[in-house]
Design a protein around this ligand. Sequence first.
Ligand code: R1P
Ligand code: URA
Length: 236
Amino acid sequence: MAIPTPHIGCSEQGVIAETVLLPGDPLRAKFIADTFLEDVVQFNTVRNMFGYTGTYKGKKISVMGSGMGIPSIGIYSYELIHFYGVKNLIRIGSCGSIREDVKIRDVIIGMGACTNSNYAAQYELPGTYAPIASWDLLNKAVNVANEKGIEVKVGNILSSDTFYDAQKDSWKKWSAMGVMGIEMEAAALYMNAAYAGVNALCILTVSDSLVTHEVTSAEERQNTFTQMMEIALELA
Ligand SMILES: O=P(O)(O)O[C@H]1O[C@H](CO)[C@@H](O)[C@H]1O
Ligand SMILES: O=c1cc[nH]c(=O)[nH]1
C-alpha cells in the first residue's frame, strides 16, 4: 500500500501506533498529545487534521482528529486501517443527550450505533446491518472506568448525518427506542472496522442536551472532557 495517503502525510510505517484515539476535533487531539503523552511526534498536518504519536504510561499510542461526520471518519479510519495497519480505533467524541437521565458531561459508551446514513449501502447486504463496538475494547473500557471510579452509561447511540435536522423532534423517536445520545461518526467507524476485521469503540461525553437545551462551549468540548480521554488512553 502506498503511503503517504491523500489525507495522512505520514510517509513511514510504524510511526502511527496500532491503537489510535480519534476525537472529531483536531484541537482535542492536540490537547491530548500536549496533556497526556510523552515523547510526542506529530505525524499529520494535512488539512490541519492533526495526528500525534507518543507514549502513555510507557505504551505507544496515537491520537488524530477524524473531522465531523461519517464521510470524514470513513476516510481517516479507512486509511489508518488499510495503509498504516491500525488495529484499534477508539473514537472519543461529544454528543447531544436525548434522554432526561443522561446529563451534561456524562460519559457514554456506544455498544451499538444506529444511523440515518446510507453508509452501509456499499456492502450490498440483503438486510439492515447493526453496527456494534468491539467486545474486547468495550469490556476493557468498562473495567477501566470501574477501576477509576468513572460512571459510564453503556448502550445505543445514533450517528446522524445532520447536526441541524429539518425535523426538529426526530430525536424523540430514537429516544423512545432507548438511544442515549446523538453524534455523527460511530456507525461508520464500526462498519469500517468490522469489514476490515479490526477493533473499534466509541466513547462520548455529553456536550449538550436536546431535552433540557443545556450546552457546553467549544472550548470545553476541546479541552475538558478528560474522563473519556483517560479511559481511552488505558486501552493501548
Ligand atoms: O466532538 P466531536 O468528536 O467532533 O463529535 C461531535 O461533534 C460534532 C458536531 O458538533 C460531530 O463531529 C459530532 O459527532
Ligand atoms: O452530533 C452532535 C454532537 C453534539 N450534540 C449534538 O446534538 N449532536
